[in-house]
Design a protein around this ligand. Structure first.
Ligand SMILES: [Fe+2]
Length: 313
């Protein structure tokens, strides 16, 4: 089985892999793909004690961890790890069971072809924040954006597969999808535009990205994942409900099933362990779009949420 999750950011967001209902089920035969911002190759000088500790922890898990790079990686160090041919593509071997899926490669894992293209623009440092001089080489690297050679490598490998793969794993999204998620607040750049072209040229079953720190099915074949760990092929909406790990966030617009009707509303409050910490599935307080209703705010279980809606009130 292949699982997919979003950014781990070193030790910051790795807690989603600690004991939980999903990771407890992942076995030695399984793979976990992180869609960029792995963050455990981060210190600009060398592999430090904290990185070593977490890399050992991750390497000791039953599964094999695979990751695309994001924008929060120390690229000179990442690119210095040994390169190996693995399942049809090239990887950097960080640890025996932690592999970096290199840019533009197509892998065959469990008989599924998977195209991988890491990289994205940082929005918290570097050119976007006007502090490039202070952070370059220490927390921001220009290599975060794939170069022409890496992009061409991707196009060549896709062409060699007849521009048809089962799945696509990236850190950022094609421009049009990014606009849907970020409502124009993240500018298009050379990698989002490149992915836009890839999306038009290549047929695939589902595309997964990280970067935007949310869990959302953007279109019928594009999913952004962050805190959730889902099976390759699965959508956020279809993934299993997990106590303590809500699929949706405050302010998300959602379509819910309530007393026999399908209603639209915005999440006002999230109760990850159920109301009053009853250790139940996540609950949500929803402000309904239809303000004429007798009850403008309703409480629903996660299983009553049909999907995240891209329609805002
Ligand atoms: Fe991130």
């Amino acid at each position: 089985m292949i699982y997919v999750t979003g950014d781990t950011h070193g030790s910051i967001d790795i807690r989603k892999l600690l004991e939980n209902e999903v990771t407890n089920k992942i076995t030695e035969q399984d793979y976990l793909i992180i869609c960029g911002d792995f963050g455990l190759v981060w210190n600009y000088k060398k592999e430090d004690r904290k990185e070593r500790k977490w890399l050992k922890w991750l390497n000791d898990r039953p599964w094999t961890t695979l990751f695309a790079d994001g924008n929060h990686e120390c690229f000179p160090r990442l690119n210095a790890y040994p390169v190996r041919e693995w399942n049809g593509g090239k990887v950097h071997v960080i640890r025996p069971k932690i592999l970096h899926l290199m840019r533009g490669e197509v892998f065959n894992i469990e008989n599924k072809s998977i195209f991988v293209m890491g990289g994205a623009s940082s929005h918290d440092r570097g050119p976007a924040k006007g502090n490039t001089e202070q952070v370059i080489g220490k927390g921001w690297w220009p290599e975060e954006i794939p170069n022409e050679e890496e992009k061409q490598n991707g196009l060549n490998n896709l062409a060699a597969h007849g521009n048809k793969v089962d799945y696509i794993i990236t850190h950022c999204l094609p421009t049009t999808c990014q606009d849907i998620v970020k409502r124009g607040t993240f500018a298009a750049d050379s990698i989002t535009d490149y992915l836009e072209d890839v999306q038009k040229a290549v047929s695939y079953k589902r595309w997964y990205s990280g970067h935007y720190h949310c869990n959302i099915d953007v279109t019928n074949d594009v999913t952004v994942v962050f805190s959730r760990i889902i099976r390759l092929g699965e959508t956020i909406a279809d993934s299993e409900t997990i106590i303590g790990v809500p699929k949706y966030r405050k302010q998300d617009a959602v379509l819910i099933s309530y007393e026999g009707e399908n209603l639209l509303g915005t999440i006002k409050d999230v109760h990850p362990w159920g109301p009053m910490f009853h250790h139940d599935e996540p609950y949500y307080d929803i402000v309904l779009f239809d303000t004429e209703r007798k009850k403008p705010v309703v409480r629903v279980k996660e299983t009553q949420v049909i999907e995240k809606s891209l329609i805002q009130d």
